[in-house]
Ligand binder design. Structure first.
Ligand SMILES: [Zn+2]
Length: 101
């Protein structure tokens, strides 16, 4: 099993691709894609065991059967706090108070 750094390199290389997790019901999958090896014969065989956060483009370990989604949820909260909400907050502050320098 490759580690997260290898997965990132393979993804940039086009040897791993990201696909929406349409077969999962949990809403956490709105924010994560599944990563598959391009060379594999089918998706079942090609699943890397990693997901990709759509917000920060970082891979996270995930086993379809064994691991739940709680670590993904935890990350999503943190990730949203660090990026999306933070950026939104700054924009709102700029609107309210002008561009503070
Ligand atoms: Zn993220």
């Amino acid at each position: 099993m490759s580690d997260a750094d290898d997965i990132m390199l393979l993804l940039m290389d086009g040897r791993v691709y990201a696909r929406a997790a349409t077969d999962y019901r949990s809403d956490v999958w709105n924010d994560f894609d599944l990563l598959f090896y391009s060379s594999a014969a089918d998706e079942k065989e090609g699943y890397t065991g990693y997901t990709l956060c759509k917000t920060c483009k970082r891979p996270f370990k995930h086993n379809r059967c064994k691991s739940g989604t709680s670590h993904l949820r935890t990350h999503r909260k943190r990730c949203a706090g660090e990026t999306t909400d933070c950026v939104k907050g700054k924009i709102q502050l700029t609107i309210l108070f002008g561009d503070a320098k």
